[in-house]
Design a protein around this ligand. Structure first.
Ligand SMILES: Nc1ncnc2c1ncn2[C@@H]1O[C@H](COP(=O)(O)OP(=O)(O)OP(=O)(O)O)[C@@H](O)[C@H]1O
Ligand SMILES: [Mg+2]
Length: 486
């Protein structure tokens, strides 16, 4: 490709140079010849005038004298009478020469002007430049052969051609260099455009020093940048959609699975009872209590799913009010006190400043705290301690629930707030968990413009943190309009 472009450019440059050389040759030859003849005409007319002064125009003009004068003048000298009769000629026998009345240069001289003409001599048969000046009784004419003029013009022409050829060589080399640079640039740009056409938008063209190519490279690079940006954005959107679709499918699978287990259990034990076990006092009560346990589990599951969907779809009605933080914490501890006692876990309050308030829906915060405390109690062995407290963090109040329980492995932490995610499925189920508690926490906190995070060390304990605004938000500012579901 580079070779082809180079060949085209160099051919065009050579043709252009040849054309320039030919026209230089033509015009300079013409101009030189013209100015040379002009000059010569002037000189000859000067000489003729001089001769006219010194040479009387009569029949006695001896051929020797005319020849001597011709030699001194450097040309052929002819004396012609007004009648056209040649009186003397330095190069020919005047007596044998025809009447010169009709010679153009002499016609002009007989009219009192300096006459000249360029033509073939009828006497000598070679081309001459004739210049004639009037004298009394006729005219004096000096002629020089044109062959001499032509020789000199050719000499000058040869010199001009030689110097043109000399200049032609470096010009050709320069043209070759330029053609090489241009062909390379064209090839670079063409192959870059081909890369773009193949969809490789990451490649960038090096900016060449020349302005035009530089601007072209910049425009192409900008185009590639825009395309790359658009493609990346589309890829991101595509990945996001795929992720949402995966989440949706997982959710449907999880819900069906979570419902199927207790339903199958209820169905199985009911059939067993109907088939006669109802009359078996040794088992009937145990079977009924299993049925009740699974029914409760189903009720809790559907309740949690409904809450989650309401909050996610922003259909949950919140009643935001100012509340003292410590009141909320104390109420939450009171609610779980019986469960903590049963599990032999100690509950402690690390109070926030007494007058500290939060702008929240107390029902929602109570649910958040009870979910976190429920987990803390469930995953803390007997003898452990659970502490709740709060501390102001800028415009927010950060509330924490700390336990001295089993902890969470670091690899599980990032997925903890996903729906149905449980570190130990069997253990969670055994403890009556649905895996929706933390997901609900996250959404309820987000609806308050707050954030949720967790710190945990396996076998040492876990602390969950969440934030709530300390003050009512500025009017018109909706509470966390962009929180996302997971
Ligand atoms: N304080 C904690 N200590 C150790 N593990 C915890 C703690 N809190 C939560 N987890 C882990 O996170 C998982 C998810 O908790 P989440 O509250 O969402 O579900 P759950 O407690 O299993 O069920 P649910 O709360 O719906 O009854 C739990 O199954 C448990 O493995
Ligand atoms: Mg829970």
């Amino acid at each position: 490709m580079t070779g082809r472009i180079f060949l085209k450019l160099i051919t065009a440059a050579t043709a252009l140079l040849l054309l320039v050389a030919a026209s230089v040759d033509f015009f300079t030859t013409e101009i030189t010849r013209e100015s040379y003849i002009d000059n010569l005409r002037q000189q000859l007319s000067e000489k003729a005038r001089m001769l006219a002064l010194s040479l009387p125009l009569d029949r006695e003009s001896s051929p020797q004298l005319v020849r001597g004068l011709a030699e001194a003048a450097g040309g052929r000298v002819t004396l012609v009478a007004t009648s056209g009769k040649v009186l003397a000629d330095s190069d020919a026998d005047a007596a044998r020469m025809e009447n010169h009345r009709s010679r153009p240069e002499l016609i002009q001289a007989f009219h009192g002007k300096v006459g000249w003409s360029e033509r073939l001599s009828a006497t000598l048969g070679i081309p001459f430049l004739y210049v004639a000046v009037p004298v009394s009784g006729g005219a004096i004419r000096i002629a020089v052969p044109l062959s001499e003029i032509n020789r000199q013009v050719h000499e000058i022409r040869f010199k001009i051609l030689a110097s043109t050829a000399l200049a032609f060589l470096p010009a050709l080399l320069l043209a070759a260099l330029l053609a090489r640079i241009l062909s390379r640039r064209f090839t670079e740009i063409t192959s870059y455009a081909a890369q773009l056409a193949r969809g490789n938008f990451r490649a960038r063209l090096k900016r060449p020093p020349s302005r035009e190519f530089g601007m072209l490279a910049e425009t192409l690079n900008d185009t590639a940048g825009n395309l790359q940006h658009t493609v990346e954005q589309l890829e991101r959107e595509h990945a996001e959609l795929e992720k949402l679709e995966r989440v949706r499918k997982d959710f449907v699978i999880n819900v069906s699975h979570e419902l199927r287990t207790p339903l199958a259990s209820i169905q199985g034990y009911t059939e067993t009872l109907i088939d006669g076990a109802i009359n078996d006092p040794a088992h009937n009560m145990r079977f009924l209590s299993i049925i009740r346990h699974n029914a409760e589990r189903l009720a809790r599951l559907t309740e949690d799913l409904l809450t989650l969907s309401r909050v996610e779809q922003k259909r949950q009605k919140f009643e935001f009010e100012m509340h003292f933080v410590n009141d909320l914490l104390r109420d939450a501890l009171e609610l779980v006190q019986p469960m903590a006692e049963k599990r032999e876990v100690q509950l402690k309050l690390d109070p926030a400043p007494e007058d500290a308030t939060v702008w929240c829906d107390s029902e929602a915060v109570s649910q958040v705290l009870s979910n976190l405390l429920d987990n803390a109690i469930k995953y803390t062995p007997a003898g452990g301690t659970i502490t709740v407290g709060g501390s102001p963090q800028g415009q927010f109040m950060e509330i924490f629930v700390r336990d001295t329980g089993i902890g969470i492995p670091p690899e599980d932490v990032p997925r903890l707030f996903e729906r149905f995610y449980r570190v130990d499925k069997a253990r969670s189920r055994e403890l009556g968990g649905t895996g929706l508690g933390l997901s609900i926490v996250k959404h309820l906190v987000a609806a308050h413009d707050g954030t949720t995070r967790v710190e945990s060390r396996v076998n040492h304990g876990t602390t969950f943190f969440f934030t709530l605004p300390q003050d009512e938000p500025v009017a018109g500012h909706s509470l966390n309009p962009e929180f996302t579901a997971s």
